[in-house]
Design a protein around this ligand. Structure first.
Ligand code: ZN
Length: 296
């Protein structure tokens, strides 16, 4: 009995610690892998390759530089969502112990799992350019083997735009992004010039890049995060106005066949399908289901 009471008291204490929110902004980070410093090839982002080990360590180091800057700027809480592949890339004890980590997959909101309207700012670390960008490190949109392009309300969007619109759905601004120079350019063009875009490398071609000096890149990430959080009130959330018209172009016509079995989904081209959603988040989930059907 005594032991049970002790367990209950510890749980109560933990609950109290969670409930007593520290003052200051709460920040959500989504971290992908292709735009991490040091990464230039697909083998570095695949868990079955011997080259994967160092890359997942660099992933933690890029995020940790950002986390350090955010806490320096007064963040009360930082939540990191591992957003690449299996979503178990960051080795938990390599992450700054002040931050929470959402690890594993699948997750309903995928790369944006964990975000809601209680956050004050969102940061994208290690992001990459949309499918068909030249030159950009490992450019693709969600799934290189399946998707040629994604358009929402007529605008072709990379992952930073789709995920930025999820943050915007909750009225949270994307204050900072890191990746290669091409991705930084797309972030400014889509999410707005006010975003702090920090390049850590410059693509030569799809599978080769000039990596910026490591210490300078990490310093830029830390200072960028600090500056971004300080000016967060001047950065507008990226919001798409409903109804949202989704159009997914697949790599081949066969991939469009299974998605066409879903009610409300129409063919918009030989290898593309489209549908409309009154609620952006519902539309995002439907789009994910269609992509899963296309890859089945
Ligand atoms: Zn990725």
């Amino acid at each position: 009995m005594g032991r049970i009471l002790t367990v209950f008291s510890i749980l109560a204490l933990l609950g109290a610690a969670n409930a007593a929110q520290k003052p200051g902004p709460r920040v959500f980070i989504s971290v992908d892998m292709e735009g991490i410093w040091g990464v230039v090839a697909g083998s570095q982002t695949s868990s079955d390759s011997p080259e994967y080990g160092p890359a997942r360590k660099w992933m933690a180091e890029d995020v940790n530089a950002v986390i350090a800057g955010l806490f320096e700027a007064g963040a009360a809480e930082v939540v990191v969502n591992d957003s690449h592949g299996s979503m178990r890339n960051i080795i938990a004890d390599q992450l700054d112990p002040r931050a929470s980590l959402i690890s594993g997959s699948p997750k309903p909101l995928s790369m944006m799992q964990g975000i809601d309207s209680t956050f004050d700012a969102c940061v994208f670390v290690g992001y990459h350019a949309r499918a068909g960008t030249a030159a950009a490190t490992l450019d693709h949109t969600i799934s290189g083997g399946t998707i040629r392009s994604i358009r929402i309300n007529g605008q072709e969007l990379p992952e930073l735009g789709i995920n930025g619109a999820i943050a915007g759905y909750f009225k949270v601004p994307v204050i900072m992004l890191s990746g290669d120079t091409a991705t930084c350019e797309q972030a400014r063009a889509i999410l707005g010039q006010e975003i702090v875009a920090v390049p850590v490398k410059e693509a030569v071609v799809r599978y080769a890049a000039k990596l910026y000096p490591m210490d300078e890149a990490r310093k830029a990430l830390r200072e960028g995060a600090k500056a971004a959080l300080a000016k967060r009130s001047g950065i507008a959330p990226f919001r798409l106005s409903p109804p949202c018209k989704f159009e997914v172009e697949f790599n081949n016509s066969g991939q469009a066949e299974m998605p066409l079995l879903v009610p409300g989904v129409k063919r918009t081209g030989t290898r593309s399908v489209g549908f409309s959603a009154d609620d952006f988040l519902e539309g995002f989930k439907e789009m994910r289901a269609l992509i899963a059907l296309a890859s089945a």
